[in-house]
Ligand binder design. Structure first.
Ligand SMILES: Cc1cc2nc3c(=O)[nH]c(=O)nc-3n(C[C@H](O)[C@H](O)[C@H](O)COP(=O)(O)OP(=O)(O)OC[C@H]3O[C@@H](n4cnc5c(N)ncnc54)[C@H](O)[C@@H]3O)c2cc1C
Length: 297
């Protein structure tokens, strides 16, 4: 069953992983995968690196998760540094390994560059990549959206127009940047509906593990840190207490989103299972994400 069909049946649960850089990271990832898959997520996704060898690891990992662990896996893919022919080759490789879902992205400018420069034979926007994939393959396509605006966008409206274009060019659903204020997500969703965006909008949630992360989240992702979040997390900067409170905050956020009819929850794991497992268990205890009413084929 495609992710789109699952989204139509009710809110989905998914986890995001990245290909590790070293053998210790791989060992830890496999243990994380083993744990998180006990929660029977609807799908998992694997990020695509900015360059170098991690890129081929995305293809390996996504194929192994789907082939060996039997869970629907979505490959992220970016336009960074790739010509159309290269992208076609990667997509063919994904298709041949049984992958049927791609999260089509533009990607960030490489480190040191201030603006995104498309490959001379590649694409400038995610919407162009989406059109290209739809014209050449039969993947179900996800795309990114930003409830609090993409960092480079001149306004929220301009960024929403970019999302509309992704929909018009063939995206099937959209997954959000991490955010901590649900009101901003709901505001975005209302405006999106009003402008004819009817894609399922999946919320990306990242549990806080360490208070020192917060300024970096804000800088890199453009998400706003609500005034009450640092107080909720407490005085302690890192350690178990912060992790517990991060789980409690994310659980509260997810509960409210589910009660507000969110299309799905995409939990950013950072390749660690403990917090996302606890959030999932908390949500099930609250009566959410119950599988029995759904077809799992
Ligand atoms: C769920 C999720 C997963 C991600 N996974 C990865 C990953 O695996 N690897 C990775 O490198 N990065 C990843 N990213 C980060 C992403 O690559 C960056 O946020 C990137 O800067 C924008 O990508 P995009 O696909 O949203 O680009 P676009 O949709 O192309 O948007 C980029 C900017 O251009 C503007 N824009 C778009 N179309 C037009 C147009 N036609 N005319 C004028 N302006 C336009 C938009 O408003 C926006 O400001 C992810 C982001 C999210 C939310």
């Amino acid at each position: 069953m495609s992710i789109l069909e699952k989204l139509r049946q009710g809110p989905t649960l998914s986890y995001e992983f990245f290909p590790p850089k070293n053998p210790a990271g791989w060992a830890s990832l496999y243990s994380t995968l083993g744990e998180t898959l006990k929660q029977a997520p609807d799908f998992v996704s694997v990020t695509y690196g900015a360059g170098g060898s991690t890129r081929s690891k995305t293809l390996d990992l996504v194929g192994r998760i789907q082939g060996e662990l039997g869970i629907e896996a979505m490959a992220h893919l970016t336009c960074v540094g790739h010509s159309r022919d290269e992208l076609h080759g990667i997509l063919q490789q994904l298709w041949d390994s049984g992958i049927r879902h791609v999260l089509a992205l533009r990607g960030d400018p490489p480190k040191g560059d201030t603006s995104f420069k498309p490959h001379p034979e590649g694409f400038a926007h995610a919407s162009d990549l989406i059109r290209f994939i739809k014209d050449n393959f039969d993947f179900t396509l996800g795309c990114a959206f930003y409830p609090e605006k993409h960092l480079e966008a001149s306004s929220l409206e301009a960024d929403m127009n970019a999302l509309k274009l992704k929909q018009d060019n063939g995206a099937d659903f959209a997954v959000s940047q991490l955010f901590f204020e649900n009101a901003n997500f709901f505001h975005f969703r209302d405006r999106a509906v009003a402008m004819g965006i009817d894609l399922p909008l999946v919320a990306g949630i990242m549990p806080v593990l360490d208070i020192k992360q917060l300024p970096r989240f804000e800088e890199l992702s453009g998400c706003r840190i609500p005034a009450d979040l640092p107080a909720f997390l407490g005085e302690i900067v890192e350690g178990e207490d912060v992790v517990d409170r991060g789980v409690a905050y994310a659980t509260r956020q997810c509960d409210e989103l589910l009660r507000g009819g969110v299309a799905g929850l995409h939990l950013y794991c950072l390749n660690k299972h403990a917090s996302v497992m606890r959030i999932t268990e908390n949500l099930r205890a609250l009566g959410h994400l119950v599988r029995s009413e759904r077809t799992t084929a």
